[in-house]
Ligand binder design. Structure first.
Ligand code: BGC
Length: 773
């Protein structure tokens, strides 16, 4: 039985084995729980609707699935009283929208994500607690940052689909993910949830996730709109950002979600942007999202992020969450309010009062409600409510979680080809570290999924090693803050000595270091880029005891490595790998699969090198995004600051050769697409996959532009000696910058350079392309 890092955590820091999947073995308990959570909201809404008119006839147009969605929405709206409409603007429970029994409008039943389906019983405090009243055990997929490291859109789409299937299997309708906020500073507590620092990569992966979820008729929620890049005072912080940076860095993933993914829902963020809370930002919601991007779905608020009635409704924020009695109970807690949460502004009585006072028009309400209804029809929820109780965490879903964990692992250093481990030479392995014998599946907060099982690195290695290799283990140092009883100088010294001893007696040592859900997660930022206390010293001690040491990072954010990296022979980043993280790690260490992950985020040498470090977390609740568009490699590469490991970097057990770059046509006019192709050959002796990155360099711009920007990528699997052609397409947007003057994308005529490489700092092929008017 594995021990995992959630739900098994008890005060006093004792890790207990995960409970068996009791719930799944007693379906009636689950059924009762689901019925309870389904019908409480319905009951609440029935009480709210006053003197409802008669039922709608069976042949009412809105009930006819053959009619166009817009006609159905118009018909249904015309049958609703104003009271019924405004009732739909706020939730009826913690995770449910308000249903309407008279007209047969179902509640939208939500669940948190994005790394799998999380219990909908309440806030993180409730759901992540050991005594969580409704245990929901589902597949825990790798964190978003690990998924991003795969650069595999097909994989992310399959993940989205699998999560969609689990949502339905549990009788829910909506998953609160994907998270597409950009990694601006390596301390954001939620960086692990998102897809890294690049807007193009985040866009493509977000769209893939959305497509997967929506293919199951489940509603995704792309979040958090917008510019939500730190947890520090997340409800009060005011992000001061210029329009170009907003459009080029922080909005593209949302734009792609709307324009390429046709996403059904967007969640507004907690923070303020340029002085206005996101949930009441006319500019962000109405002007940008709805008008500029053409969003046709509905917007929900983040939980407790509304601060007004009329301004929120008028700004185009369609559904306030949470609602009903759970919201009132939560809001009444002093801690909730102290954190800055605010809610209950869109309850019927407040909205109706503002309608009567002429502050909100009925047309505006119709737009809000119409958008919710539109998605209920589009997703098929109206005809086919998700009530079926089906199996979750199927063998196929487990296998996908494992493939995903494997593809996301990044090999950062491999001196003297220490990896893969050679069973002919390595007869004993010491597996060491605070993250070795505990499965740290994800960071903390609303994304933390409770799996039925989770494989620790130690278990994965033991299983793969079999009986021919002796595997020993030692903690080396306790995870900071996890077990205060053992946090004495004496105990520390003892643990460190035991680890060094184990390492010295083994042929190779694997040190698994990193963080866990209590020092990396939602609601707080990571305090420092350094590894938690004692882990740098542990690495040094183990390396001294055994030169064949492999360091494994098990964390979401980059960490400072300067104290040990020079002498570390091998370094692997497994991020938070979900429930199969340990087995995936073992497969990579033993070379069953060649690593193919690449960094979706630059790893700076030290925090001070990060372009945003000087402007984080802000002063007097204001944070200036003064680095502008120079986020991540856009900064390191343009300003020649050397990172520890660059964006897009990752090693393999084999080697690849890039050749024959073709860019067609060489001269491009109007909206003509540019076809880029090249050949990639596996020149080594093992099968492997290579991620090819395409950057555009604009050397002739009138305005300041980064030296290169990612605009395409492709992943190919190659047998030894095999060659494949990688094709990528660029549209005009790939050459454009946002002009605040003309409020549009501008592609300046002239010659651009297409750069194709294995990382942002390993450009292998270059070719010009000329843009003409
Ligand atoms: C988080 C969201 C989450 C919501 C519901 C909020 O605190 O920011 O990402 O979906 O809670 O749990």
């Amino acid at each position: 039985m594995s021990s995992i890092n959630i739900g098994a955590h008890f005060p006093g820091g004792i890790e207990r084995p995960m409970e068996p999947p009791r719930l799944m073995r007693q379906p009636f308990v689950l059924l009762i729980a689901i019925l309870l959570f389904t019908f409480i909201p319905i009951g609440t809404a029935l009480v709210r609707a006053q003197n409802p008119p008669a039922l709608a006839p069976a042949d009412a147009p809105y009930k006819n699935a053959k009619l166009p969605v817009e006609n159905r929405v118009a018909d249904l709206l015309s049958r609703m009283t104003l009271e019924e409409k405004v009732t739909m603007l706020s939730g009826s429970g913690w995770m449910e929208s308000a249903p309407n029994a008279r007209l047969g409008i179902p509640a939208i039943k939500m669940a948190d994500g994005p790394m799998g389906v999380r219990s909908w019983a309440g806030s993180s405090a409730v759901t992540n607690a050991a005594n969580n009243p409704v245990k929901v055990l589902t597949t825990s997929f790798p964190a978003g940052i690990a998924m991003a490291a795969s650069w595999d859109t097909d994989l992310v789409q399959r993940e989205g689909k699998a999560i969609g299937q689990e949502v339905k299997a549990l009788g829910r309708d909506m998953i609160l993910g994907p998270t597409v906020n950009i990694n601006r500073v390596p301390l954001w507590g939620r960086n692990f949830e998102g897809y890294g620092e690049d807007p193009y990569l985040s866009s493509q992966l977000g769209v893939a996730y959305i497509r997967g979820v929506q293919s199951e008729n489940v509603i995704p929620s792309v979040k958090h709109f917008a510019v939500n890049n730190e947890e520090f005072e997340r409800h009060r912080i005011d992000v001061k950002i210029d329009e170009r940076t907003l459009h080029e860095i922080y909005l593209p993933a949302f734009r792609a979600a709307v324009q390429q993914g046709d996403v059904w829902n967007v969640m507004s963020a907690y923070n303020k942007v340029n002085g206005v809370h996101c949930a009441e930002s006319e500019y962000l919601l109405n002007d940008v999202l709805k008008k500029e991007f053409g969003f046709k779905g509905f917007v929900i608020s983040d939980w407790g992020s509304t601060y007004s009635t009329a301004p929120t409704v008028n700004a185009g924020m369609d559904l306030e969450m949470p609602g009903g009695p759970p919201m009132q109970a939560w809001l009444a807690r002093p801690a909730t309010q102290a954190a800055g949460n605010s809610d209950g502004w869109l309850v019927p009585e407040k909205v109706l009062a503002d309608v009567r006072a002429g502050k909100i028009s009925e047309t505006s309400i119709d737009d809000n409600v119409g958008r919710i209804l539109r998605v209920i029809f589009l997703s098929g929820l109206f005809e086919f409510p998700h009530t079926a109780l089906d199996v979750v965490d199927t063998p196929a879903q487990q296998a996908l979680a494992r493939t995903a964990a494997m593809e996301g692992i990044v090999l950062l250093k491999n001196t003297g080809a220490l990896l893969p481990l050679d069973p002919a030479k390595v007869k004993s392995i010491a597996v060491i570290g605070p993250n070795a014998a505990v499965a740290r599946t994800g960071g903390g907060g609303s994304s933390l999924v409770r799996p039925k099982y989770a494989v620790t690195p130690l278990e994965g290695i033991q299983k793969r090693a079999g009986s021919g290799i002796r595997v020993t283990s030692a903690i080396g140092v306790g995870m900071d803050g996890e077990d205060p009883a053992k946090d004495t100088a004496e105990e520390r010294l003892k643990a460190l000595r035991e680890a060094a001893d184990a390492a010295s007696k083994a042929d190779a040592a694997v040190v698994v270091v990193g963080r866990y859900f209590k020092n990396e997660g939602e609601g707080f930022d990571v305090k420092t880029m350094d590894l938690p206390a004692g882990q740098d010293e542990l690495i040094a001690a183990v390396e001294k005891a055994n030169p064949q040491t492999i360091v494994v990072l098990n964390t979401g954010n980059p960490v400072t490595m300067t104290k040990w990296i020079e002498s570390t022979p091998a370094l692997v980043d497994m991020w938070y790998g979900g429930q199969e993280g340990g087995s995936a790690l073992a497969s990579i260490l033993f070379g069953d699969t060649s690593p193919s992950g690449k960094l979706p985020v630059s790893m700076p040498k030290r925090l001070e090198d990060s372009p945003a470090a000087k402007n984080y977390p802000g002063q007097d609740l204001v944070v200036h995004y003064a680095e502008g568009i120079y986020v991540g490699y856009r900064y390191y590469d343009t300003k020649n600051v050397e990172p520890q490991f660059p964006f897009g970097f990752g090693l393999s057990y084999t080697t690849f050769e890039y050749s024959t770059l073709k860019v067609k046509p060489g001269k491009v006019a109007g909206g003509q697409p540019v076809e880029v192709s090249l050949q990639v050959r596996n020149t080594g002796k093992r099968a492997g996959a290579e991620v090819v990155e395409l950057y555009v360099h604009d050397g002739h711009s009138k305005i300041d532009r980064p030296t290169r920007e990612l605009k395409g990528f492709g992943r190919v699997e190659l047998k030894p000696g095999e060659t494949k052609t990688v094709q990528m397409k660029l549209d005009r947007a790939a050459f454009s910058y946002w002009s605040p003057e003309s409020k549009t994308w501008v592609a300046e005529p002239g010659t651009f350079e297409i750069q194709v490489g294995a990382s942002s700092r390993d450009i292998r092929l270059r070719a010009p392309v000329e843009l003409v008017r």
